[in-house]
Design a protein around this ligand. Structure first.
Ligand code: HEM
Length: 489
């Protein structure tokens, strides 16, 4: 029985084996020529050092994998991750170089296993004109003008719907609730799907399964996270396919009730096929849902440990509401949003310390030299953002939650060591929307509830960020709610 299982496992791993062999072949032949990669370990055959890399560690720390290798080999070292020889950079300057030199020195380099789940037309794997074209649709869809109008309203609606559903003085999982909120927003923005609807809830569950397999080991047999993820992908694509057909018919009939969502934008601004549209929308969902939810959950956690910051945030939000009362206005307008400066600092600090997007990967398209290192063509390159965010020479007392570090002229705008949104031609186009979601959610949370952690918890990097116990909070409805949730619905 055991022998049979081993054979099945080997057969299933065959593609990975071949990939790993072809990769190691190219690195070996290189040793005859001049260039050689930075020092490091290649680890076990096939899996390299992937298991050590995936070992969970608090997301507010560097973790054993990096600590051990940096102390042995320095800030730039070679490893073998996800079946690819990989140069890992824990060096801020090299990370910036990687981000800024897309196409000149690097191409897309996310592991094949991830691209298999996201689809071959995912924005993360497109290069050159194809990438620029798809990106332009996203950037226009998330333009500043639309953020101030369509999205501000949509975010308020989703925030008040989520928070309005809380029953006073109960216990909720902050990670689940944040996810519900961002999913409601993104499902509406992409496919005009409404909250509290069985189809939307089913899609949300499928998406959760899909996300879990994205960074898991690429073991493709029943029961594994990768296998489940591929199945969930196919179910989500079915929903998109059906919505696309309905929308094409509506547009063809010249109906005036055509929804203003990303699906319509894509149909009107591109001639993408069904497959391209599916991969595009799925990639947008992937980029824009869980990341924003994690920023909110992390801040709830960090604020629990920093009452001074929470108090300052509460004062800031109460002051805005008082000012509006004097002017007899209600609701959170764009100008109010911009004035909530300390909350913006809490957002940046939660991203720095929580390390949601831990790293990005590229592939070297040619040999290039960085200081004394040569990064060989064909190698994968990992820009480790978390190493920079936790570097005491760049951020004073880096393990401390300190939103005040982002205040004033020396704050975020001046820091090129803040890498949570990547950079260069792939800089996250959803960064402003994520901040808007964060600020509006906290506005309604603070004006309506007080909360405390039910039990000690901690964010872990797996490498996606997750709370060990789901971050359960006890909520208390404020007696004198100033801006009652539900009123804006
Ligand atoms: C706190 C929340 C977020 C974080 C930390 C984050 C982080 C990132 C990072 C690091 C990248 C660069 C990936 C790379 O270089 O390969 C990226 C790209 C991207 N993000 Fe975000 N993101 C967030 C929110 C959002 C939101 C709300 C959306 C959309 C609604 C979004 C959509 C995208 C897209 C489409 C890309 C691909 C851009 C390209 O390849 O040109 N993200 N994000």
């Amino acid at each position: 029985m055991l022998g049979f299982l081993v054979i099945v496992l080997l057969l299933l791993l065959l593609p990975t084996i071949l990939l790993a062999l072809s990769s190691s072949g190219s690195s070996h032949s290189r040793r005859h020529g001049a260039p050689s990669a930075p020092p490091g370990n290649t680890g076990w055959p096939l899996i390299g050092e992937t298991i050590a890399f995936l070992k969970p560690h608090p997301s507010t720390s560097i973790g054993d994998f990096l600590v051990q290798r940096v102390s042995r080999f320095g800030n730039v070292f070679t490893s073998n991750l996800f079946g690819q020889p990989t140069v890992v950079s824990a060096d801020a300057q090299l990370n910036r170089f990687i981000l800024q030199n897309e196409s000149k020195a690097f191409g897309p380099g996310w592991p094949r296993s991830l691209i298999k789940v996201l689809g071959r037309y995912t924005i993360l794997d497109l290069a050159g004109d194809d990438h620029r074209y798809m990106r332009s649709i996203v950037v226009n869809f998330l333009s500043s003008a639309r953020l101030q109008t369509v999205f501000l309203k949509g975010v308020e609606r989703a925030a008040t719907a989520t928070l309005g559903s809380w029953k006073g003085n109960g216990v909720v999982s902050a990670t689940e609730e944040a996810r519900k909120f961002t999913f409601a927003l993104i499902a509406k923005a992409i496919l005009s799907m409404e909250t509290n609807n069985a189809d939307t809830e089913k899609l949300e569950r499928e998406f959760e399964t899909f996300s879990k397999g994205l960074t898991s080991l690429p073991l493709n047999f029943p029961g594994t996270a990768h296998w489940n993820s591929l199945k969930a992908r196919s179910n989500i694509l079915n929903v998109i396919r059906q919505k696309r057909e309905e929308r094409i018919n509506k547009l063809r009939d010249g109906r005036i009730d055509v929804e203003d969502d990303l699906l319509t934008w894509t149909l009107e601004n591109s001639n993408y096929t069904e497959e391209q549209t599916g991969d595009f929308l799925l990639g947008f969902l992937f980029g824009g849902h869980d990341t924003s939810a994690k920023s909110i959950a992390l801040a709830i956690y960090f604020l629990d440990g920093c009452p001074k910051a929470l108090k300052q945030m509460q004062e800031e939000h109460h002051a805005i509401v008082e000012r509006k009362k004097e002017k007899e206005k209600s609701g959170l307008g764009w100008e109010d949003y911009k004035q909530l400066e300390f909350t913006h600092c809490v957002f940046y600090e939660s991203l720095r310390l929580g390390n949601i997007a831990k790293y990005v990967q590229r592939k070297a398209v040619k040999d290039f030299q960085y200081e004394e290192h040569i990064i060989p063509q064909g190698f994968s390159v990992m820009a480790a953002f978390w190493a920079v965010h936790m570097d005491p020479s760049l951020f004073e007392d880096p393990r401390q939650f300190n939103p005040w570090r982002w205040k004033g002229p020396s704050g975020i705008k001046k820091s090129n060591n803040f890498m949570a949104f990547g950079g260069g031609s792939r800089l996250c186009p959803g960064a402003e929307l994520a901040k808007l979601e964060f600020v509006v959610f906290f506005h309604h949370l603070i004006m309506n509830y007080r909360w405390e952690l039910v039990e000690p918890d901690h964010p872990f990097s797996r490498p996606h960020v997750d709370f060990a116990k789901g971050l359960h909070i006890k909520i208390h409805t404020l007696e004198n709610q100033v801006e009652k949730v539900g009123r804006l619905l």
